[in-house]
Design a protein. Structure first.
Length: 748
């Protein structure tokens, strides 16, 4: 069984190379020299506060403490206030520049996220047309495809095709459903039709269209043909703004020539109403009172800013786009005069106030130049400085009052440090470490106690980095902190590790490896905690987490699967950042299971660990390792699939008996939450499951044909290749009558 991986379906084991590396993690301890130095400082402070020599001149303790503490505060506060205000004005200007640049990059990313799915949909359409899967004249199939794109890509308002012979097929969003239009090549014998669909794509009504339409006269059609070179599918063409035929709204379009499998071509366009872009810009502002908008190269408004005055009527403009001046926002009108010439933040005066503006270019191919424009008043940034100045004065006054009260308190009693120590001890007992240090005291015994407690707190803070504090708090509340033993609990388990980590570890310096692992674990563990999971342990590059222990977590199966998907989504960005920085690329694999385990404190009386044991734990570990067989990133058990229910789309991957198990187990790959999975991924899963069903039904000759749609979407998918290979083998050498399609996995 060449290329089958760990084992074949007949139960013949191969060898799985085991690997587990104990990574070196940086332990940061801040308990030693720091507290020695702090102790010296405390001792020196005590000597400075010793009673003055005997003198005929006396001053009251309260007055002396007040003067001693207040005079430095007044001198320092006055000096800092002057320096602070001078620096605040300059800082506000620098902050304005940084905020505008940062907001511009954010807006640029928003537009990328807005336009990229549309371009991806166009590329998918061209590929499917080339393969013969899509044809505009196959009415029902093409309508279903377009409606699927419209559901998953709300930026698109309509999709339309045009052919040289005049045939056109249009699908667009209409209320809660869809509106289609068919224009036939022979308009004399076949009138144009309007097709009404409900939200599910069911055809509700067919009417004869009364308004003529010729796609060949539309700007998107001519533009796509204009950039096409030779035969075949053409490059993408973003049109300038124009009036959409059906809705009569302003819009832009992404179009291209598509080549069909029979050699013919058609032009397809994805239309976007400009109101969709305005919805994006109106929700964005670079500062509290700032504005964001998108302009074309003639300073016409593509994406409108927020808070356009009510008296401005832009709804009646159909023949053209509004100019910036027509928005009747003075600051935007003044800023627009500098947008064509300046590509960096600049300031200007408007109505007695200083404003800052930035215009950042954004190009849609081939030459549709847009401007991301951001405008903010300087007061938005200086206001914070004024607030800080007033706060500084208020703090100074409060500090003087506090010093007066402190002098009275110190003159009356030295008991307060003991009360502070007692409160701090209570907080430390609950693992709630105080953020401020304990007050010093002139009493030697209290001083020594404060230093000892501070060292204890520092040691516990360092220890808490190795033990999850939420687990310890929960065990304290349940009385399990000092008891060995456990109880049976239903949990969801997660195992993950890094693909080919042994090879990576051998090629990197240990220090560099530890830095990469630290960055990886920091974000993955944060995602797990955010998903209400508990980190059980880290062994090298491997991590184990659980849900529903030590505290109950309602809906933990759904939370666990959602967390695993979030981790994989994070890893996509993590790999992109690593590639950009020239760092090694990490691929994480996850295995999840659901079931009953024994959870509690295990070990010896002087050293124990809160963890869990059971078949469910072993299964999660096995599932993580099985990802290597199928080229998947996440595999879950059948029990977890049932518990998570229909909140996710799934793909049935295989029927296996893991090492140490006797009963077959269906394993699944979660594709994503319902409503968030691309149509192509759903189509791939459906094709694979149909082929797998034929395989289990011993219809081996049909497997290759049923896998064709899956290979078209993912030509290099490992699970598809393996299923096809074993089916071909069994077609030539059929298995025995007791064969059940079970994949026996003999290794971990």
């Amino acid at each position: 069984m060449a290329n089958r991986g760990i084992v074949d379906r007949g139960g013949h084991p191969d060898v799985l190379p085991g690997r587990r590396l104990h990574g070196r993690m940086r332990a940061r301890s801040r308990c030693g020299d720091r507290w020695e130095e702090q102790g010296k400082i405390m001792t020196e402070s005590s000597s400075r506060l010793s009673p003055p020599p005997s003198s005929s001149w006396r001053i009251g303790l309260m007055a002396g403490m007040f003067l001693l503490l207040s005079l430095p505060i007044l001198l320092i506060a006055g000096t800092l206030l002057g320096v602070f205000w001078w620096g605040s004005v300059r800082a506000a200007q620098e902050q304005a520049r940084e905020y505008l640049v940062g907001a511009g990059k954010t807006m640029h990313a928003y537009l990328e996220g807005f336009f990229h799915p549309i371009e991806s949909a166009l590329e998918l359409t061209q590929e499917l047309a080339r393969q013969g899967v899509l044809h505009p004249e196959r009415i029902n199939e093409f309508a279903a495809f377009c409606q699927g794109i419209l559901r998953t890509t709300p930026q698109i308002s309509s999709i339309c095709t045009g052919q040289e012979d005049g045939f056109s097929h249009r699908q667009g969003v209409e209320g809660e459903g869809f509106l289609g239009r068919l224009v036939f090549a022979d308009t004399a014998s076949r009138p144009s039709l309007l097709l009404t669909y409900d939200a599910t794509g069911k055809l509700l009504d067919t009417q004869v269209a009364t308004e003529p339409f010729d796609a060949r006269t539309r700007p998107w059609y001519a533009g796509a043909l204009g950039v096409a070179t030779g035969g075949g599918s053409g490059p993408k063409y973003w049109s300038p703004p124009f009036i959409l035929h059906t809705s009569q709204n302003s819009g832009i379009a992404l179009s291209a020539v598509c080549q069909r499998a029979d050699g013919g071509t058609f032009v397809i366009t994805f239309n976007i109403m400009l109101d969709r872009i305005s919805n994006l810009t109106s929700r964005t502002r670079p500062s509290l009172n700032g504005y964001a908008m998108v302009l074309d190269d003639r300073l016409q408004v593509i994406g409108r800013p927020r808070r356009v005055p009510n008296e401005v009527d832009l709804a009646g403009i159909f023949e053209r786009l509004p100019r910036v001046e027509e928005l009747q926002i003075p600051a935007l009108s003044v800023a627009a005069r500098g947008f064509p010439y300046k590509r960096w933040p600049f300031s200007f005066e408007c109505e007695g106030a200083t404003w800052w503006a930035l215009a950042m270019p954004y190009t849609l191919p081939p030459n549709n130049d847009l401007l991301i424009c951001l405008v903010s008043p300087e007061d938005d940034f200086l206001h914070e400085a004024i607030h800080q100045r007033n706060l500084f004065l208020a703090v100074t006054v409060v500090a003087l009052l506090v010093n007066l009260l402190l002098g009275i308190g110190l003159a009356r009693s030295f008991s307060r440090p003991l009360a502070d120590l007692a409160e701090a001890s209570k907080a430390i007992t609950a693992l709630d470490f105080p953020e401020t240090s304990v007050s010093l005291s002139r009493i030697q015994e209290i001083h020594q106690l404060a230093v000892a407690q501070a060292r204890m707190q520092s040691a516990l803070e360092s220890f808490a980095r190795y033990v999850p504090t939420e687990v310890v708090r929960e065990l304290l509340a349940r009385g399990e902190a000092a008891k060995l033993g456990g109880h049976v609990q239903e949990v969801t388990l997660l195992f993950c590790d890094i693909k080919d980590f042994t090879t990576l570890a051998e090629s990197l310096d240990p220090v560099e490896l530890s830095v990469i692992l630290s960055e990886y674990f920091q974000d993955v563990m944060a995602i797990i905690r955010q998903g209400q999971g508990t980190i059980d342990k880290i062994i090298g590059d491997a991590l184990m987490a659980m849900w529903n222990a030590p505290r109950e977590v309602p809906g933990h199966p759904v939370l666990a699967v959602r967390t695993a998907l979030a981790c994989q989504a994070f890893m996509t960005g993590f790999r992109a950042r690593a590639a950009a920085a020239g760092k090694p690329i990490l691929h994480a694999r996850f295995g999840l299971s659901f079931g009953k385990v024994v959870v509690g404190n295990f070990g010896a009386p002087d050293r124990m660990n809160y963890t869990c044991f059971g078949d469910c734990v072993n299964l999660a570990s096995r599932l993580e390792g099985m990802n290597k067989l199928y080229g998947t990133g996440i595999l879950v058990s059948e029990a977890l699939r049932q518990q998570a229910g229909d909140a996710f789309h799934w793909r049935l991957v295989d029927l296996v008996i893991a090492k140490g198990k006797t009963q077959p187990e269906r394993i699944y790959e979660p594709l994503g939450e319902v409503g968030q999975v691309a149509a192509a991924d759903l189509a791939f899963a459906a094709a694979y499951e149909a082929a797998f069903a034929a395989y289990l039904d011993r219809r081996f000759g049909e497997v290759d044909r049923l896998l064709e749609p899956a290979f078209a979407l993912r030509p290099d998918d490992l699970s598809c290749r393996q299923l096809r290979q074993i089916a071909q083998t069994y077609q030539q050498h059929p298995p025995g009558p007791d064969w059940k399609g079970v994949h026996y996995i003999r290794t971990k």
